[in-house]
Design a protein around this ligand. Structure first.
Ligand SMILES: [Zn+2]
Length: 615
């Protein structure tokens, strides 16, 4: 206090001068306002709020019942919720609308896209105001000059993002992870971005070529160096560290992801670094969810990090349809002994989309289809309608299974609006039987729908029992958190960036094949709970003091569109995109960023540096 008084004394002359300047500037502003219009002056001088949203049904992210109220915003924060009498510079009438916090999506792969794309689509169309990237152990920093191509191939293979787009789009203005954070920070976006340090890039950076060789293990010095770099990254603002232990993650040249065979020494060394800083989360995906050893490893990771939270991807597989219940039990046991481990779960089945423009369709292997597959879509469709071409393609042998895990009993017409919980009698096989045609004929005709843009949906996880009951059970568990949407990734086959919207439309409103879930609880899951899972305590609820990120939603009109294939990535790269309807306004840090699906041009999103608390 003494110091404060002293310094105030010595600055008195300057303070007086400063106040004088403010008076001059303010009176000049007043004069300017008068010259524009009296009304403007009145509003500008009497408005105490930057933004007021009036009369909406507030579902505030705490899980409490929705209530009709006003929301006042100043300086990017909520200042009042209830009856707000102060005037605001911008007023939004939300009568009849839902008002929710902005969605916090903790599982995205915008690591490359965020460097070239200001918008972060598709998340920007789905009411998302915070994204977290760097998941599943893949990303683009740290990187030595010359190693960029390998990281691109890895992202291309693991996350199905075109390598050509990444090569053309990324400018590589960084080597270290802190430099990468600076590059992300320098590019404005409409959404806040949190970044995590990916194990694959880190391993390659420290171990060189050996980092991607699964017969090699790091030396103790290399583990120390990885830990040091993780500490440096977390201190610079990374929200966590991520790793992958699945054989499904391979680079586009077929090699397994570098972190696949990381030993416990390495993983524990790294998690100890999180503990030393005392912040940051651990995210992982693993093939060994049914093994006790793996759960012991996860518990050790959390223990040596001094209790840093860990989230692990969790899905239901067809061949072990009830294993998820044992995993929920493992989660419960871990949390009971004070080790915060969460299952990261999807809010619907995850499936691939088969079509004439996506990477794969059931005729991809047909010689007669291959002969025309590179024709522009309208021409290809015209050719496919020719009875002779049709007969020739159908005469080619179609494999019994589309992939190792997907058979035709589980392929459906996606439809428009898309149906993500189709019944067994909706399968291509069942419909073909009803129609009295072969399965292949029915598939062929479906693919030609909507001028060749129709899609077939082949759910490969979370659909073992042909419904979403397991998804519901996983979502409902108190030790899980919604995620796994992979927004920004899987450009040619999967399109799940719409998860946050689907959570509301399907689970609170549209589900017909089983029980729904309460709206208030769903909103809390995608806002408060996801934000807290990654250390963001300054957002996710509509309460005074919290960050003013929110959505004004016309709930009746809320919907997700049919996925479409567009070629808008750098180098004309292809991606599947899915838009939404019903988001009347999305507000980020008090600024309206999207109105009825269109950008307002405002880009108030910031890089999030480290965990956040309410100021
Ligand atoms: Zn992922």
């Amino acid at each position: 206090m003494e110091l404060f008084v002293l310094s105030m004394h010595s600055y008195v002359p300057f303070v007086a001068l400063f106040i004088k300047m403010i008076i001059i500037v303010t009176s000049e502003l007043k004069i300017k306002c008068f010259s524009i219009s009296g009304d403007t002056v009145n509003r500008e001088t009497s408005a105490k709020l930057d933004l007021a949203i009036r009369g909406g049904t507030i579902v505030d992210g705490t899980g409490e019942p929705g209530r009709i109220a006003d929301v006042g915003v100043r300086d990017g924060r909520f200042v009042s919720v209830g009856e707000v009498n102060e005037r605001a510079r911008r007023e939004i009438d939300a009568t009849g609308m839902l008002v929710t916090p902005g969605w916090v999506d903790i599982h995205t792969h915008y690591d490359g896209q965020a460097t070239w794309d200001s918008m972060l689509s598709p998340s920007c169309w789905h009411g998302v105001t915070t994204v977290v990237m760097g998941n599943c152990g893949v990303g683009f920093a740290p990187v030595h000059p010359g190693d960029q191509d390998y990281l691109i191939k890895l992202m291309e293979g693991v996350e199905d993002i075109p390598g050509t787009a990444l090569s053309e789009g990324i400018d590589w203005q960084w080597e270290s992870f802190p430099e990468y954070l600076n590059a992300i920070e320098a590019k404005p976006h409409p959404i806040d971005i949190g970044a995590q340090i990916p194990h694959a890039a880190l391993r390659l950076y420290v171990m060189g070529e050996r980092g991607a060789d699964h017969t090699e293990v790091p030396t103790p010095e290399e583990i120390t160096e990885m830990s040091r770099l993780v500490r440096e990254s977390i201190e610079a603002g990374a929200l966590g560290f991520t790793t992958s232990r699945t054989v499904l993650h391979r680079s586009s040249d077929g090699r397994h992801t570098p972190s696949l065979t990381a030993t416990s020494d390495e993983l524990l060394g790294i998690s100890r670094a999180l503990g030393e800083v005392g912040q940051g989360a651990f995210e992982m995906v693993t093939d060994h969810m049914t093994k006790d050893d793996e759960w012991e490893l996860m518990r050790s990771i959390v223990r040596v990090s001094g209790g840093r939270p860990l989230s692990v991807s969790m899905v239901q597989y067809d061949d072990t349809p009830f294993a998820y219940r044992e995993q929920l039990e493992q989660l419960r046991r871990s949390n009971e002994i004070g080790l915060p481990i969460r299952g990261q779960v999807a809010n619907r089945a995850i499936g691939i989309l088969l079509g004439l423009e996506t990477t794969l369709n059931p005729f991809s292997g047909s010689a007669n289809y291959k002969a025309i597959k590179d024709l522009p879509l309208p021409e290809r469709v015209a050719r496919m309608k020719d009875p002779e071409v049709r007969a020739a393609i159908l005469a080619d042998r179609v494999p019994k299974k589309l992939t190792e895990t997907i058979d035709f009993q589980k392929i459906y017409e996606l439809g428009n609006p898309p149906n993500y919980e189709p019944a067994p009698e909706d399968s291509i096989s069942a419909r073909a039987e009803c129609l009295g045609v072969t399965r292949e004929e029915h598939i062929y005709d479906c693919l030609l729908g909507n001028e060749g843009r129709a899609l077939l949906y082949a759910p490969f996880v979370n659909y073992a029992e042909f419904n979403h009951d397991a998804v519901r059970e996983m979502l409902l568990d108190e030790n899980t958190v919604p995620g796994l949407g992979d927004a920004g990734a899987h450009c040619g086959l999967i399109c799940d960036g719409s998860f946050p919207t689907f959570l509301l439309t399907h689970w609170a409103r549209d589900r017909t094949r089983g029980e729904k879930l309460p709206l208030e609880w769903l909103v809390r899951r995608q806002t408060h709970d996801t934000a807290r899972a990654i250390g963001l305590c300054d957002r996710g609820t509509i309460e005074p003091g919290m960050k003013a990120d929110l959505n004004v939603i016309d709930f009746e009109k809320l919907g997700i569109g049919h996925p479409e294939v567009v070629y808008d990535l750098p180098a004309g790269g292809r991606r599947l995109l899915q838009k939404a309807s019903g988001y009347v306004a999305t507000i980020q840090t008090g600024e309206v960023t999207f109105e009825n699906g269109e950008s307002t041009g405002a880009l108030p999103g910031k890089l999030i540096r480290g965990p956040q608390t309410v100021v």
